[in-house]
Design a protein around this ligand. Structure first.
Ligand code: PMP
Length: 286
């Protein structure tokens, strides 16, 4: 069976029942998180938990569980799923009401759902040749910092990128690069890593923070500044970061090669730093 967690219980995915009047289903009135699991352990838990709390409070939902309860429930789910290297997807919606109404009533019980996601297969071609991405207009709302399940714009933009045979769409608002449809962006020029500052236009990515931290300890200087789309094309290297793909080197943006047009030395250095960090975690360093 594929185990899932629903409102306090572990059950098979086939058994899980959610009301069609759930506000998550009707309005995408819900938030989510995706947390990596390495060697059966939650990786970067406090960072993901902090963002979960932030998203809940941004949409006015009370956290249904204490941190210890979350860890307990997710730990049980991971165990039932057989552990190993995976990810956990969790979602909290405002819950189901008797009638469909935009109005938010008091005292609705939230719907809490979690499942495991299999690891993405490694992509040697990506490491060898890098990703080709496209620039698309950022048509999303003005609270992209909330990890909301309202992802229709992201889905459509990703579909457009797929149609162009691209790995990802990097989004541009008023000439400034924001982020990918499901990733953050970092540009390397000289010895400086630049990434757009946190704010309502981007999701504060957990992977990006770790890559920047590792970058700083590798001697790169870090700048959190807006990047113009035309400036991005002049970077030595461009990387995308996300929980699922970790660090993806970009070799081409639209028709423009980035740097040498291949994954660069900065990427390889950061990737090795990442592997060292992961090995330390796997060896039990918190
Ligand atoms: N931005 C968006 C829009 C995303 O969906 C994601 C992936 N969840 C990210 C950035 C990367 O965030 P993280 O590194 O925390 O997965």
């Amino acid at each position: 069976m594929t185990p899932v967690f629903l409102n306090g219980q572990i059950m098979s995915r086939e058994e899980a029942r959610i009301s069609p009047l759930d506000r998550g289903f009707l309005f995408a009135d819900a938030i989510y998180e995706v947390i990596p699991i390495f060697r059966s352990r939650l990786f970067l838990w406090s960072e993901h938990y902090h963002r979960l709390e932030r998203s809940l409070s941004a949409i006015g939902l009370v956290n249904p569980y204490s941190e210890a309860e979350w860890r307990h429930h997710l730990g049980t789910l991971i165990e039932k799923a057989g552990g190993g290297d995976l990810a956990v997807y969790l979602q909290v919606s405002r819950g189901a009401e008797e009638v469909r109404d935009h109005h938010i009533s008091e005292g609705i019980a939230p719907t809490v759902f979690a499942m495991t996601l299999p690891p993405l297969p490694s992509d040697p071609a990506l490491e060898q040749t890098g990703a080709r991405i496209v620039l698309l207009e950022d048509i999303r709302w003005h609270r992209c910092d909330i990890k909301s399940t309202a992802l229709l714009a992201n889905v459509l933009l990703r579909h457009e990128a797929d149609g162009k045979g691209a790995f990802e769409a990097l989004l541009v608002r008023d000439g400034w690069v924001t982020e990918g449809t499901s990733s953050n962006v970092i540009a390397l020029k000289g010895a400086t890593l630049t990434t757009p500052p946190d704010g309502p236009q981007i999701l504060p990515g957990v992977t990006r923070e770790l890559v920047l931290r590792l970058g700083a300890s590798e001697g790169f200087s870090i700048r959190r500044e807006r990047i113009r789309a035309d400036e991005l094309l002049k970077a030595d290297e461009v990387w995308l970061t996300s929980t699922r793909r970790i660090l993806a080197p970009v070799s081409q943006v639209d028709d423009h090669p980035i740097g040498s047009g291949r994954p660069g030395p900065g990427y390889r250095r950061l990737w090795l730093a990442w592997l060292r960090h992961l090995n330390a975690f796997a060896a039990g360093v918190p």
